[in-house]
Design a protein around this ligand. Structure first.
Ligand SMILES: Nc1ncnc2c1ncn2[C@@H]1O[C@H](COP(=O)(O)OP(=O)(O)O)[C@@H](O)[C@H]1O
Ligand SMILES: [Mg+2]
Length: 334
């Protein structure tokens, strides 16, 4: 089998002949990794997933999943993948168990096998206790877990998760991350996910691609991306009124020193080890450090560096999510 589970080549989607939602992106996802698309609303994440899962036809370019071409072998692709969509799809009036069985039906899984699997999956996402309760009564986190169970009913080798924790609070989000990690660890699954939460990408993904305006800006492991910024930032203030730039510069692993309003902003590899060396070098020359702080670059800084903008966890998406749910609820009551 191929090492590259997903391979996209110049994948492009233009809507209405003018809106370039996905703009010639190429990437590959390796066996057993969690690969994440990180980007703001409207970046083209869902559109990319929809092409990979054969729901949307690319305008240009192509992709393969487990070696199957998304255009020429769409049926094969569908058989080996699982999908947990961004929008909420479970039926409120049915129980959790009935919803999973419904998903099994869609895949044509024989009833006796489906029953066994449904119970197994509900156990995996810790919904056994609630399996016979109507989804109406479920919390946001429980609904997302139910969706996860549905996405796994056909025992997929690759799972696509579109914004798996959209609209969930921080704690519920962290719990969902645990289930996702288990899929990778215990089932050796490969996961392709999207998110606009920086912490989520950082905590969960082995590699991420930052996507903006339909283009991939940069790809790498979260740690690599942070390292690419050139190390930690140490900020130092000294008691004496003197220029000690050259002393700081002479310390090994110091890459850059700038004096900003009396404080020294130092870029250094391995800040934790380098900071004491700087203090020592200054002390030897008779200077006293009065203040020191150390900042390790976060994914936030990475995002800022590469896109020139901050990625905020907007309230917008939460509102959107609630509106969607309300809409569904109204539609069902009619
Ligand atoms: N079916 C569609 N028809 C027209 N425009 C669309 C359609 N789906 C998405 N778009 C547009 O494509 C862009 C990317 O959308 P999407 O892939 O949903 O982004 P994301 O999932 O990153 O928020 C947006 O500008 C969106 O409005
Ligand atoms: Mg989306």
């Amino acid at each position: 089998m191929t090492e590259e589970i997903i391979r996209a080549e110049n994948l492009t989607k233009v809507f209405n002949k003018s809106l370039v939602a996905v703009d010639h992106i190429s990437f590959s996802v390796r066996d057993g990794e969690i690969y994440g698309f990180l980007g703001p609303n409207g970046a083209g994440k869902t559109t990319t997933i929809n092409m990979l899962i054969t729901v949307l036809k690319p305008t240009e370019g192509t992709a393969s999943v487990l070696g199957y071409d998304i255009l020429k072998q769409a049926n094969e692709v569908r058989k080996v993948i699982g999908v947990v969509p961004q929008e909420y799809t479970a039926d409120e009036d049915l129980t959790g168990y009935e919803n999973v069985m419904l998903c099994a039906d869609l895949y044509g899984i024989p009833r006796d096998i489906a029953k066994k699997r449904a119970l197994e999956l509900l156990e995996l996402v810790e919904l056994t206790e609630f399996k016979d309760k109507r989804v109406e009564t479920y919390s946001g986190g429980m609904r997302r877990r139910l969706e996860l169970a549905c996405g796994l009913i056909n025992r997929p080798k690759v799972l696509f998760l579109d914004e798996p924790t959209l609209g969930l609070d921080v704690q519920t989000r962290a719990a969902t991350w645990d289930y996702i990690r288990r899929l990778k660890k215990e089932y050796g699954m490969t996961l392709f996910m999207t998110t606009h939460y920086l912490e989520e990408a950082d905590a969960l993904c082995d590699r991420i691609a930052i996507i903006d305006h339909g283009k991939i800006i940069v790809t790498g492991a979260p740690g690599e991306l942070k390292d690419s910024l050139g190390g930690d930032i140490i900020t130092i203030t000294i008691k004496e009124n003197a220029d000690v730039t050259s002393i700081i510069k002479s310390v090994e692993k110091v890459k850059d020193v700038r004096n900003e309003n009396g404080a020294y902003r130092i870029k250094a590899e391995n800040g934790e080890a380098t900071a004491p060396l700087i203090i020592e070098a200054l002390r030897k020359k008779g200077y006293t450090v009065t203040r020191l702080s150390l900042t390790e670059p976060t994914l936030n800084e990475v995002y800022l560096e590469y896109t020139g903008r901050a990625l905020r966890d907007t309230e917008e998406s939460r509102t959107e999510f609630m509106a969607q749910r309300l809409h569904l609820w109204r539609a069902r009551k009619r």
